[in-house]
Design a protein around this ligand. Structure first.
Ligand SMILES: Nc1nc2c(ncn2[C@@H]2O[C@H](COP(=O)(O)OP(=O)(O)OP(=O)(O)O)[C@@H](O)[C@H]2O)c(=O)[nH]1
Length: 212
């Protein structure tokens, strides 16, 4: 695919060790399950261009280690992120109980405006479930998160999680509720040449002269 895109968003994948963060990223980029996944050391990186609301958006995704011993390293990557997948494992209550800590880190270190989608991963292991869909969706509602249950194994809802998060960021910019600065959003090379407030004209189709 060509490297042409309208926007660049920085994304994080955060959550406890073993919840399937690296497998989710691999499934999203490669469209297949990563058979042998070892613990991430520090951070790993992936990127992909997707089409959202008729715009090409490049996602620059940082897959962080969930293990506590890497926490100081991974925290240094939060800055400037526009979106995040906050991942727990539906078969592990421990990973669900840790969500509040991950959430406050993301809002404190990335931005108050960061758009977060909660992902209850390993949906394919429903028989071993320890966290109900209802409980997690209430948590998501209370904390202003989007929510999906995903499976990095089958691919269910994996693309949707990234796309929904990117769509919400674009909506926030388009509605003017959030200025793009500080949102982890960078206009792509084509838009940069369009002059003032390129993100608005690109999103609304308005001629630039109409903007105040
Ligand atoms: N059944 C099932 N297993 C999964 C799924 N996603 C990941 N796994 C398994 O869960 C284990 C951990 O997956 P990883 O992607 O390495 O987890 P991680 O969150 O990146 O872990 P850290 O890098 O240590 O933070 C691996 O054995 C995967 O095969 C899933 O959706 N379903």
């Amino acid at each position: 695919m060509s490297e042409s895109y309208d926007f660049l968003f920085k994304f994080l994948v955060i959550g406890n060790a073993g919840t399937g963060k690296s497998c989710l990223l691999h499934q999203f980029i490669e469209k297949r399950f990563k058979d042998e996944s070892n613990h991430t050391i520090g951070v790993e990186f992936g990127s992909k261009i997707i089409s959202v609301v008729n715009k090409m958006v490049k996602l620059q995704i940082w897959d962080t280690a969930g293990q506590e011993r890497f926490r100081s390293v991974t925290r240094s990557y939060y800055r400037g992120a526009a979106g995040a997948l906050l991942v727990y494992d539906i078969t592990s209550r421990e990973t669900y109980n840790a969500l509040t800590t991950w959430l406050s880190d993301a809002r404190m270190l990335a931005s108050q405006n960061i758009v977060i989608i909660l992902c209850g991963n390993k949906k394919d292991l429903d028989a071993d479930r320890e966290v109900t869909f209802l409980e997690a969706s209430r948590f998501a509602q209370e904390n202003e998160l989007m929510f999906l249950e995903t499976s990095a194994l089958t691919g269910e809802n994996v693309e949707e999680a990234f796309v929904q998060c990117a769509r919400k960021i674009l909506n926030k910019i388009e509605s003017g509720r959030t200025p793009p600065t500080g949102l982890g959003m960078t206009p792509g090379p084509a838009l940069l040449q369009e002059g003032r407030q390129p993100w608005r004209s690109a999103l609304t189709g308005e001629p630039e002269g109409k903007q105040s």
